[in-house]
Design a binder for this molecule. Structure first.
Ligand code: F0G
Length: 465
């Protein structure tokens, strides 16, 4: 699908971002020239996906499109049981309704924000065991998304009775779309088995992860992406999937597992929250498009083209000395905002300030992965300051050309050149009690004098530290 994009003037953008209360989520899409807010649901579907949609079977129960998706999941990941959902977080909601209870601890590598939300809303806790090297953007290592095995073992030892499962997120989105090695997946499996725990995969970008295993983990170089995918999933008990990423769909998701018991219990929640077990909130045509998209995403030539485009942008940034999480990841470039805006205080939202500057410069929309996203501690309601302040530029699949990447790099270079003039950030005018970055209202420092006190958490959550 090809869509028109619109250019704008700086004056127009100044007005629009002010009206949006300096929250890029509140901009209308036609106020954006190049939209790198997310790679989720924003890719272009193929002719084969559209062709499949035309033959979508819209039966309420037992649709042909459901069976097509089920067969594809069996072939690619080797799971016998699966439930479709309308997107990834819905799969989290359904499966966690079965597996997570109050007081539980879920260790993993940088749980995605909705994943963490679904854990915390159940008064359980997510513990991040990502390797330390991921938090230094300039260290160049092949698998910065890995789980630190020592940390994981500490958690498993200390909280043995309270861990329902270990969660591996591939690729590790929040530290830069960094991959997890097959070696690490195997070691996590070994540890989990030692403590008698299941392992789940948050698989949104599984194909990009498999590409990196092929390219960077020598032993697997001769294997096809599909073989590597089968191998990756042979070590886990189940998967959560957002079809909006490596399913190359505009909507869709599923969970899949070996355990019939999990499947039966999850089916009840799926029917309540999503829809009957053979459609789960999706139309038949969506399930058909997802079945085709999963296969296309595991073609080497597609993956190579995609990931080389991310690399292309990275190389341009190298030329301008703009620092980002190295090496460049699978779906996005993560600009190290602290290294650029050295005078903006952390209380003034450094990465968000950079995101706004890039928008003002050229109408490019990225997303803050920093203090706004990290949100407040559910108990103390203090800001949680993360180790990194990143501006994520996520690249939609099969959508933009390298010419667009050139524009992005040049716009960043212009912001970089005037970085010393950007000394002030933003203050919060309004924020909701959970997942605040989507709907927060901000004002430039000096525009209002007093921060509005954070509102009390309406949704009761529990954390011990
Ligand atoms: N897990 C990971 C690793 C994700 O990146 C996302 C979504 C989800 C789960 C939830 O899936 O959106 O289908 O409900 N990530 C998007 C992003 C929103 O922009 O990174 P969903």
């Amino acid at each position: 699908m090809v869509e028109e994009i619109k250019r704008s003037t700086r004056k127009e953008r100044e007005e629009w971002i002010k009206d949006a209360n300096y929250n890029l989520f509140k901009l209308a899409s036609d106020q954006v020239y190049i939209d790198l807010l997310t790679d989720s649901g924003t890719g272009s579907m193929s002719a084969n996906q559209y062709a499949e949609m035309m033959t979508g079977d819209e039966s309420y129960a037992g649709s042909k499109s459901y069976f097509k998706l089920k067969e594809t999941i069996k072939e690619l990941f080797n799971f016998d049981f699966m439930l479709p959902t309308h997107q990834g977080r819905a799969a989290e909601n359904v499966l966690f309704s079965v597996l997570v209870k109050e007081g539980d601890i879920v260790p993993g590598n940088s749980h995605f924000d909705t994943t963490k939300g679904h854990i915390e809303i159940r008064k359980a806790r997510a513990i991040d065991c990502t390797v330390m090297e991921a938090f230094d953007t300039q260290i160049e290592l092949p698998f910065k998304g890995n789980i630190c095995l020592e940390k994981l073992e500490e958690v498993l030892k200390e909280h043995q009775d309270r861990v329902p499962f270990v969660l591996i997120t591939i690729t590790n989105n929040l530290v830069g779309g960094q991959p997890v090695s097959l070696e690490n997946i195997m070691r996590v499996r070994e540890l989990a088995t030692k403590y008698n725990k299941p392992v789940l995969m948050d698989s949104a970008r599984f194909a990009e992860n498999a590409y990196f295993i092929k390219i960077r983990e020598k032993k697997y170089n001769v294997h096809s992406i599909k073989e590597i995918v089968r191998e990756m999933f042979s070590f886990v008990d189940g998967m959560l999937m957002s079809g909006k990423k490596d399913g190359i769909c505009n909507i869709g998701g599923f969970m899949a597992m070996h355990s019939e018991e999990w499947y039966e219990k999850a089916s009840v929640f799926n029917i309540i929250y999503e829809g009957f077990i053979t459609y789960g909130g999706l139309s038949g045509r969506d399930m058909g498009a997802l079945a085709i998209g999963l296969r296309e995403a595991t073609e080497f030539s597609y993956l190579e083209t995609r990931i080389k485009q991310v690399e292309y942008l990275a190389k341009k940034l190298d030329r301008y000395n703009i620092q980002y999480q190295r090496p460049s990841g699978g779906h996005a470039i993560f600009i190290d905002a602290k290294k650029i805006l050295t005078s903006v205080k952390k209380e003034e939202f450094i990465a968000q300030t950079l995101a706004i500057e890039l928008y003002l410069e050229c109408g490019i929309r990225g997303v803050e992965i920093g203090t706004l996203l990290a949100d407040r501690d559910p108990i103390t309601r203090e800001n949680r300051y993360p180790k990194l302040e990143l501006l994520r530029l996520a690249i939609p699949r099969r959508t933009y050309t390298n010419n667009h990447m050139k524009v992005v790099a040049k716009a960043l270079r212009n912001v970089y050149k005037r970085r010393h003039q950007i000394t002030k950030g933003y203050i919060i005018k309004y924020e909701p009690s959970l997942l605040r970055h989507f709907s927060v209202d901000l004002a430039p420092i000096g525009a209002i004098t007093k921060e509005i006190p954070a509102i009390k958490n309406e949704i009761e959550v529990h954390r011990e530290d």
